[in-house]
Unconditional design. Sequence first.
Length: 318
Amino acid sequence: MDGIGRHLAAAVAFGAAMLFATAAAAQKANITFGSTNATSSNYALAVAMSKAIKKELPDANVSMIETGASVDNLRRMVKGELDFGLVMADTLVMAKEGAGPFKGKAIEDMGVLYVHDVVTLQLVVRADAGVNTLADLAGKKFSAGIRGSGAELLTRQMFQVMGIEPQWSPGSIQDSIEGTQNRQLAGYSKYGVGAGLDSTLRELLVSTPMKYLGFDEKQRAAILAKIKGVDFGEVPANTIPGQGAVTTPVVLGTYSARLSMDDKTAFAIAKAINENRQMLIDVFPHLKNMDFKAVALKTEALGLKLHPGAKKYWTSLP
């Protein structure tokens, strides 16, 4: 082999070695994702997700951290503190369009990796608070949800659309529980577990009689006309024993990343969640009835974008 040939062979070998090293490095990369407040039922679900992803990416250092949920996670992703995180679909729409808290600072490069649940926004009040309708909350102290969460954002938006002005009391889930128990708050708003009770409300019901508030037809029509990414569904009768069914907002809960995440990692994360979904079902049994592929693809009907790597995985399924 002449000198040029030897140099060319060495260059090819070096290039191959660098590609191998880059691939190996990608497999061993740190992956950090944001969930929600540790007192939320969804935090336990995020722990299960972390285990599922670690199973699919055994060489990666996967870390799940407690955050303030949707809005907080988006801001942290923009800062590069998170690789992906929990973001409710309606919040993702607002971020994309530069609306609400994202006015003048739209985040257009987000892509959905997977949907973790189809959740109801549940507005609950003390049974003795003198509140029977949403309109009765005018002037009452009420928590819109965890500060910086999608629940807080959606709740405040809806009340603005309906023209109802409670005395907002921002804070954590624990603040909502204690404030309601101590009769300092009429109640609070929070995403449930599917259409059922979450751990927060279960805990509260032990000491404090509570009831759901529902949305009437006029309120639903006004909200659907103004807020994208939201639908309405039913919390079944006797979810709180003795109470009838109520109609309440329904939102897709997503875990999303910026489009700068490489396709291979996005594909692997989506695959990990779907193929290890039993880990999630063990935490949220109602997920056994959820079609993970169908709800992931449904996000595009809302005007959202599936991450190309995740879309490649979801569309590869029969």
